[in-house]
Design a protein. Structure first.
Length: 329
């Protein structure tokens, strides 16, 4: 038997290690069988940070899959190739009577082979969230006005994928009826089961639009819990002079203050963990390897929810830098 002082010291070290491991888990992770988080690779100094904001754990990179363009996308094979374990699957929109979820107006989720591929991804320790709304059709909240129809549609999506998270690409913030219908339907499902929800919103140079801020506030007041706001951030062309990523950082900071107020947070700094950042590329060369390292360092420094990409696929070496921010590597 160990002497009492050594036993106490060992217990203290074990408790500290356990707390650190829990903090490093990705949002929504519940399986203890998933591999532990890995330390991100060495990176240059992060983008400008808010004064006094301490470094925090970054959960990793989330790959986006446009199933309208890539209906045969093989999640397990891509995950093995890249090391990325988390994905967002877009886009589910309204079809039929307005209350039927369909992939960009095509086959409904129950007939999609993606459900089987998702099961194999989960067996590897990964996961994916369906994305509702976006281009290619109307979001269900805007089209489904039948009482109870919208919550039933959300339940159908959750059930089809056994989803722990739903992502919404919101484009109807000016439609108060749609905003309230969506909030009440989300609340109804969240009362029945644990369900994380994220909203994807466009980022401007000064943060979010006033309409999107009002939508976030109305959603919270209606009782729905939005865990993450994913910011779509257009990246200026690589030929643009000046601190392109610095301007993105300024816009994210402004959005964080807006999100904190809309979500009723006591301190603006509490919003960082509720923010995900998704740069949108117009050209293949708009993101360099150095830019990718800076983005990864920025996300890790602030403890953002995740980092992703949209638009044109960057050079392979740039993609590999971002993939390596995944905690499963």
């Amino acid at each position: 038997m160990l002497p009492r002082p050594l036993a106490l010291l060992g217990a203290l070290l074990l408790a500290t290690a356990t707390a650190v491991a829990i903090r490093m888990l990705p949002a929504g992770a519940v399986s203890p069988s998933r591999p532990p988080a890995a330390r991100p690779p060495a990176t240059p100094a992060p983008l400008p940070a808010q004064a006094g904001e301490p470094p925090a754990a970054f959960v990793g990179f989330v790959g986006f899959v446009d199933l309208a363009r890539q209906p045969g996308f093989d999640l397990p094979a891509e995950s093995r190739r890249t090391g990325v374990r988390r994905y967002a699957l877009g886009h589910l929109v309204a079809g039929g009577d307005g209350c039927t979820p369909r992939w960009s107006g095509q086959a409904g989720p129950r007939r999609s082979p993606m459900a089987g591929r998702l099961a194999r991804l989960r067996a590897m320790g990964g996961d994916a969230a369906p994305v509702l709304g976006g281009p290619g059709g109307r979001e269900l909240a805007a089209a489904c006005t039948r009482p109870g129809g919208l919550s039933a549609a959300y339940r159908r999506v959750v059930g089809a994928f056994d989803a722990a998270e739903l992502a919404f690409e919101v484009r109807d913030s000016a439609d108060r009826g749609a905003v309230l219908r969506r909030a009440r339907a989300i609340q109804a499902v969240q009362r029945e089961r644990r369900l994380r929800v994220s909203f994807t919103l466009p980022l401007r140079h000064d943060g979010l639009t006033p309409g999107d801020v009002a939508m976030l506030r109305a959603t919270r007041q209606a009782g729905a819990e939005v865990a993450t706001v994913n910011l779509l951030a257009p990246i200026e062309p690589g030929t643009t002079r000046g601190a392109r990523l610095g301007r993105v950082a300024d816009a994210v900071r402004a959005a964080g203050e807006q999100i904190a107020r809309a979500q009723g947070l006591a301190e603006p700094g509490e919003a960082w963990r509720r923010i995900a950042l998704t740069p949108v590329l117009a050209g293949r060369d708009d993101l360099s390897e150095l830019d990718a390292r800076k983005l990864a360092a920025y996300a890790a420094h602030h403890g953002l929810a995740w980092l992703s990409l949209r638009g044109v696929t960057p050079e392979p070496d740039v993609s590999r830098i971002l993939w390596r921010t995944s905690p499963y590597r």
